[in-house]
Design a protein around this ligand. Structure first.
Ligand code: HH2
Length: 268
């Protein structure tokens, strides 16, 4: 899953793809690099970020999704939003899946929309909201707490009419978690995978990778992104939400071939 942030303030690439043409060109390049899904977002969820008005979010993402859907290719489009109006317009424009970092909690009508459209849906764990989520996050046991949350959100989504086969789960690396919480979740990812649905992992360029490597800046965190993605694959993750698609696809293809279970697809 390749990331397209159509925002002025995303933590690692804010402002680079605010121009729709740049965002579309970037998306097509990610697809050529082997991304099977392009995840388009118009609101940063970095720690401390505040909400973006719906009209502004629509203005950012809809033209990009329309143009990518029109260009077509071997990829599916996902909309990274917590707002029902944005998800609906994105689906009208060609998106087939909703990546909701609030796991259908922010907007009471999101679940019904996803069900009615037969869309795919990624439910992600987040503690609190982006503005405050990094204020001393605490858990009894981070893996059990995240797992219980995801099971509860899964039951909610199914109860609202979203088929289980359309749902992916994500432990929400960096969302209301310390570096140690993120590492524990990766180390014990098999416990989340055991729920039985595809698991999405997004470690790409995140701050805990900087902390572990003597303060590396966002653009210098690709080795950490690769290491954690490979480990997550080995623990059973199915989808890797990353900015640097080519490098992560290569790393996963080589890892999978080495252990004798080649991945079908990518640029092999
Ligand atoms: N991480 C970010 C945003 N959306 N969605 C899922 N499912 N999983 C993630 O780990 C995830 C996500 C944060 O990364 P990015 O989009 O690069 O930054 P920003 O939120 O600042 O735009």
């Amino acid at each position: 899953m390749g990331v397209i942030n159509v925002t002025p303030d995303s933590f690692s690439d804010g402002g680079r793809y605010l121009d729709p043409e740049a965002a579309v060109a970037h998306g097509l390049a990610l697809a050529a690099d082997g991304a099977a899904i392009l995840d388009v977002g118009g609101e940063s969820t970095r720690p401390g970020a505040g909400p973006v008005p719906v009209q502004e979010e629509l203005r950012r993402v809809v033209p990009v999704i329309e143009a990518l859907a029109c260009a077509g290719g071997d990829f599916a489009l996902s909309i990274d939003t917590t707002k029902m109006d944005v998800a609906r317009a994105a689906m009208d424009a060609g998106a087939r899946m909703v990546n909701d970092v609030s796991a259908l909690r922010s907007d009471p009508s999101m679940a019904a929309l996803v069900a009615e459209r037969g869309a795919g849906c990624c439910l992600m764990h987040m503690r609190g909201e982006p503005r405050t989520m990094q204020d001393e996050p605490r858990y009894d046991d981070v893996v059990s707490d995240v797992k219980a949350f995801l099971e509860e959100r899964l039951a909610f989504a199914v109860g609202e009419g979203v088929p289980e086969g359309k749902i992916w789960l994500d432990p929400g690396i960096g969302f209301g978690k310390t570096a140690e919480h993120n590492l524990e979740l990766l180390r014990r990812l098999d416990e989340i995978v055991a729920i039985g649905l595809p698991v999405v992992v997004g470690t790409s360029r995140k701050s805990f990778l900087g902390k572990l490597t003597g303060g590396r800046a966002e653009g210098e965190r690709l080795p950490g992104t690769i290491a954690t993605s490979v480990l997550a694959w080995e623990r059973g993750a199915s989808v890797f939400r990353v900015h640097d698609v080519a490098a992560v696809v290569d790393a996963l293809l080589v890892t999978a071939a080495t252990v004798g279970s080649p991945i079908v697809g990518g640029n092999s």
